[in-house]
Design a protein around this ligand. Structure first.
Ligand code: ARG
Length: 475
């Protein structure tokens, strides 16, 4: 291409253009391009994964005879030094080098010289970043699993302690039937068990190695992709090079599981907020898990619970953000995909805080068993037990028993007593066949003790659930 004769001569490429692709570029990037393009502030978190990927790639290049053993050794040594510099916080990241991959490679070149230039043989940043990111997400999933397991352990411990502590069970947030606090806590153990299952499914599907896909089409070099995959702990190489550099559904899957998990934690958090309020008074969080008010001296605010509840928005937001980024992208890689890391990093940072704060609160809370029992007895919560008694003892159909019980509840309500305090004569006025024996089922304790069905709230059954949960989740 001809340029106007009076145009300034461009500086030599080696001075101003990018060191990685300066060959056909004459001028440096505009400041605003650098600002929008650079990802180093975010992806420096991938340094460990990036260097592990490079080491595995270099070892494979040596094993297949693509580079010499001497060059391979120099690369390995240099990469290890870069890794240590980064791990010790001694590395000066250069935003001009855009991302983690180029920061590592430029430093490697400074350390070992010419052999560094051979590391990128048969590799592109496209398969490199796809590999790094899978490695990072895989680690995040492993850490999340451990944290969730610790939360389950805390819930199970508290459930064991409170297997027979009676509280109201709610539907519509109306007192429905008495349950035990242990039973209620065990419900969360189940939810978190399914969350762990989702993360583990995701980890299984994710565990294929994209490295060796090149920019998109594969490579003409005789790679051993199985070797690289194995070195990095992947089950096998990804099957299609185009998919290898395009796929981010492993991240979407992790984010969707994180969002669902956050929803569960949020419900527990909401209950902690409710239960610790003066109106409920079921539990108390210690000073370690509450904050005061600068104006109202009586306040004990459950901030951690509120933030666990609040951060659920970020978790779901992260999933929506990345899904939206990915949805319209023609194959294969587009720079849009660089936007994949911030939501994933943020979501897993937030989730980790939420899980650990939940565990802390579960361990910290103290139970006001009297307040729970009082509330369990209020609101005619044993009305179903009365109806069941009528069915069992008098053989009346449930619908009819329900109707009769309704009438008795109305009488109790007008005389301002709970069902177990209502005189027999008043019950008999409605159903003459009722006997003294009915009182056996009308206290919350008896009600709870009778619910021995599989998965039910009877303390004996809750203890059985706990024993089984220890086997299923804590081994
Ligand atoms: N920083 C990029 C990212 O995170 C690395 C891949 C860049 N590839 C490219 N062809 N420009 O997505």
């Amino acid at each position: 291409m001809s340029r106007p004769t009076n145009a300034p001569t461009p500086a030599p490429a080696s001075d101003s253009a990018n060191p990685m692709w300066g060959g056909r570029f004459e001028a440096a990037a505009a400041d605003i391009l650098q600002a929008i393009n650079a990802s180093i502030d975010v992806d420096k978190r991938l340094y460990d994964e990036d260097i592990a990927g490079s080491k595995a790639h270099a070892a494979m290049l040596v094993a297949t005879g693509i580079i010499s053993a001497d060059d391979g050794a120099a690369i390995e040594r240099g990469l290890e030094q870069v890794r240590q510099e980064m791990a010790n916080g001694r590395f000066a990241f250069d935003v001009g080098l855009e991302d983690i991959h180029m920061n590592v490679e430029a430093r490697l070149a400074a350390l070992i010289g010419a052999p560094a230039g051979r590391l990128h043989t048969a590799r592109s940043r496209n398969d490199q970043v796809a590999t790094d990111f899978r490695l990072w997400v895989r680690r995040a999933l492993e850490r999340t699993d451990l944290e969730l397991k610790a939360l389950q352990a805390a819930l199970i411990e508290r459930a064991e302690e409170h297997a027979a502590t009676v509280m109201p069970g709610f539907t519509h947030l109306q007192s429905a039937q008495p349950v035990t606090f242990g039973h209620h806590l065990m419900a969360y153990v189940e939810m978190i068990g399914r969350d762990r299952g989702r993360f583990s499914d995701c980890a299984t599907r994710l565990n294929e190695c994209p490295l060796g896909a090149g920019a998109l089409a594969g490579t003409s070099f005789p790679l051993d992709r199985v070797m690289t995959a194995r070195t990095l702990g992947f089950r096998e190489p990804t099957a299609n090079s185009l998919d290898s550099v395009s796929a981010r559904d492993f991240a979407l899957e992790a984010l969707s599981a994180a969002a669902i998990c956050g929803t569960h934690l949020s419900r527990l958090a909401e209950e902690i907020v409710l239960w610790s309020s003066a109106q409920f008074g079921f539990i108390r969080l210690s000073d370690r898990f509450t904050t005061g008010s600068s104006m109202m001296p009586q306040k004990r605010n459950p901030d951690a619970a509120e933030l666990v509840r609040g951060k659920t928005g970020r978790l779901l937001g992260a999933f929506i953000a990345l899904t939206t980024t990915m949805k319209g992208l023609a194959l294969t890689y587009s720079k849009d995909m660089q936007e994949d890391k911030p939501p994933v990093f943020d979501a897993f940072d937030s989730l980790s805080l939420c899980v650990r704060a939940s565990e802390g609160m579960v361990r910290d809370l103290t139970v006001n068993a009297e307040a729970m029992a009082r509330a369990a007895g209020a609101g005619h919560a044993t009305a179903t037990d009365l109806a069941d008694w009528l069915v069992r003892t008098l053989g009346v159909p449930f619908r009819e028993a329900h109707h009769t019980t309704g009438k008795i509840v109305r009488v109790a309500e007008t005389s301002g007593v709970t069902l177990d305090k209502l005189p027999l004569s008043e019950m008999r006025a409605i159903e003459p066949r009722i006997t003294e024996a009915v009182y056996q089922v009308l206290t919350p304790e008896r009600s709870v003790a009778s619910r021995t069905s599989f998965g039910g709230t009877a303390p004996s059954e809750v203890r059985r659930q706990i024993a089984r949960a220890k086997e299923r989740f804590l081994r």
